[in-house]
Ligand binder design. Structure first.
Ligand SMILES: [Zn+2]
Ligand SMILES: [Zn+2]
Length: 464
């Protein structure tokens, strides 16, 4: 840790600095260091990048869990994570003379609100708020308890399996590859006693990670995001999961919506009873949305369907589905609405108005007449916090009318509005935008907000 901060360093900080300046000495004397000093010393070693000290400290960590959540807010180096993972003892210590590690849960995830170790009392030991409750080999399950709290004598600690908690973002970078191979080698080294617990998994180009993922316990995944994959591979991946809260798929290839693959995808999706958030983009669902909606839990909160080529029929299905009256977030951007009859869209808006907090309908070719039919329902969306309807061919007079109807929505803080058609020489043609006209539009809308004492509402537009 550099001591160049403006606030004076505490005595403890200074003590840590002086200890760390002699890394070899501190590593040798770790066994005599009082338990209470471990956390400040670990923090100082982490911030100062003292890799050897970190490894040595993890090896003799005197607490049940270690969460580096708050420290990850700082710039993180793969080398530091490697040093920490290296210290994790997955097999019983060979040298019984040394102070043995009590560490059973190493949590490498970023979390700003997490203590470095969970509060321990002498009677309840061990205890960790974040321990895994799904895995076959995780401590709570093994003891036949489903709560995170375990009351067992200290002597049994050595028989506990170890958990390594990580969020994985497999984005093809060298850093991601190195981190994954480090984790996988640790799993292999443990010969089954280490549970690699991943609850948040993001993958770019699934085909490149198919083999590596065989070593990850997919049972614990709660959030999955995949960009670029075949629907068949997604279906296989989903078949290993049960507890998904959030699924996000983008650029997924499939041959046909009538085929077997789509059917088995729906079968897997139907198993995800806890699903709260679904995001499908660049996923052609034309006239098939009802099949998808049928297998989704009725309590779904977030539905993102941009670039899904939704049809008039699909809007009809969406407006009538049980999920519609529950949704907090709805994103239908980039689905061109070219039909004259807007009734399904209108019904949809009426049905979501009781719960909706976030609505995105950018790039939908929404005209004055379409939006006119939506205004009554929109003005009932009393929980609405964000409305984005950019890049739609709407006139200035309509924009003014919409804003008048939005002003009474007190929760609404962000409105991303379309640049009205008169600002373009030819609507939505790059280079034909008159910036002065747009500045006048913005000034006029801002004045409306001031007059209505709604300066808490932010008006934003997107220049493309
Ligand atoms: Zn804990
Ligand atoms: Zn787990």
């Amino acid at each position: 840790m550099k001591m160049d901060r403006k606030d004076p360093a505490t005595l403890l900080d200074l003590a840590m600095q002086s200890l760390l300046s002699t890394e070899t000495v501190i590593i040798q004397s770790l066994e005599e260091i009082p338990r209470d000093l471990f956390i400040p010393l670990f923090t100082a070693a982490f911030l100062g990048g003292h890799k050897k000290t970190l490894t040595a400290m993890v090896k003799v960590w005197p607490f049940f869990c270690l969460h580096i959540g708050t420290l990850r807010g700082h710039e993180i180096h793969g080398e530091l994570l490697k040093a920490i993972v290296d210290g994790l003892q997955v097999l019983p210590a060979v040298n019984s003379a040394s102070r043995s590690s009590k560490l059973k849960i190493l949590d490498l995830r970023h979390d700003a609100d997490c203590r470095t170790t969970c509060f321990q009392t002498r009677t309840t030991f061990p205890f960790c708020l974040r321990s895994c409750s799904y895995s076959q080999i995780s401590a709570p399950k093994r003891e036949g308890q489903h709560s995170a709290v375990n009351v067992v004598p200290e002597v049994e600690l050595s028989s506990y399996p170890t958990e390594l908690l990580v969020d994985l973002s497999l984005d093809g970078t060298l850093r991601a590859r190195e981190f994954l191979s480090l984790l996988l080698s640790k799993v292999e080294e443990s010969s089954g006693s280490l549970h690699l617990c991943c609850r948040d998994l993001q993958i770019d180009k699934l085909s490149e990670y198919k083999n590596a993922l065989k070593l990850v316990d997919l049972l614990c995944i709660e959030r999955l995001a995949v960009d670029q994959a075949s629907l068949g591979d997604i279906t296989t991946l989903l078949s290993h999961m049960v507890h998904l809260d959030s699924l996000s798929l983008s650029k997924i290839t499939l041959k046909s919506l009538n085929g077997k693959t789509f059917k088995s995808f729906l079968t897997q999706l139907e198993r995800m009873k806890n699903l709260q958030e679904l995001s499908l983009s660049f996923f052609c669902l034309t006239n098939r949305l009802h099949k998808l909606l049928r297998v989704l839990p009725p309590g779904l909160d977030f539905l993102n369907l941009p670039f899904c080529e939704l049809s008039y029929r699909d809007f009809g299905f969406l407006s009538q589905c049980p999920q519609a009256t529950q949704l907090k977030l709805l994103n239908l951007s980039n689905n061109p609405i070219s039909w004259e009859d807007c009734e399904p869209f209108q019904t949809l808006m009426e049905n979501v108005s009781g719960t909706l907090e976030y609505l995105e309908i950018n790039h939908c070719l929404i005209t004055d007449s379409t939006i006119t039919s939506l205004i009554p329902a929109l003005s009932h969306c009393s929980h609405l916090r964000v409305l984005s309807f950019a890049s739609n061919p709407i006139t200035m007079s309509m924009l003014v009318r919409i804003l008048q109807n939005l002003i009474p929505l007190m929760e609404l803080k962000y409105v991303v509005y379309p640049i009205p058609v008169h600002c373009y020489e030819r609507w939505y043609f790059r280079g034909s935008l008159d910036r002065q006209k747009l500045a006048d539009v913005h000034a006029q809308l801002e004045m409306m907000l001031q007059a209505a004492q709604r300066t808490d509402m932010n008006l934003i537009t997107i220049l493309e």
